[in-house]
Design a protein around this ligand. Structure first.
Ligand SMILES: [Zn+2]
Length: 91
């Protein structure tokens, strides 16, 4: 589990996500399945918010070691977009 703070901290992961262009599927709000299109491998990313801080965890090896992997970067951007859409709907 990693804490999502500033974008610069996961910048490398974001750059890799842009290169890999993984497929992000929404399971439920906060739970995403990320597929590596090249290998077909799928990983589960869980995003949560506690005390105003955002956290994310990935089922891949890097994620299990608490590293910001590109799956987290890809899922987090989808999550933030979804959260913004939800916020807009409740206005
Ligand atoms: Zn991962």
């Amino acid at each position: 589990m990693i804490q999502l703070t500033t974008a610069t901290k996961i910048e490398k992961a974001i750059n890799k996500a842009h290169t890999m262009k993984p497929l992000v599927r929404v399971n439920t709000f906060g739970s995403y399945t990320v597929t590596n299109k090249q290998t077909g491998a799928t990983y589960t990313v869980e995003c949560s918010k506690r005390e105003g801080r955002r956290f994310a965890a990935c089922s891949c090896k890097a994620g299990e070691r608490g590293q910001a992997c590109y799956h987290i970067a890809a899922a987090a951007s989808a999550h933030i977009q979804l959260a913004a859409e939800r916020a807009a709907l409740t206005c």
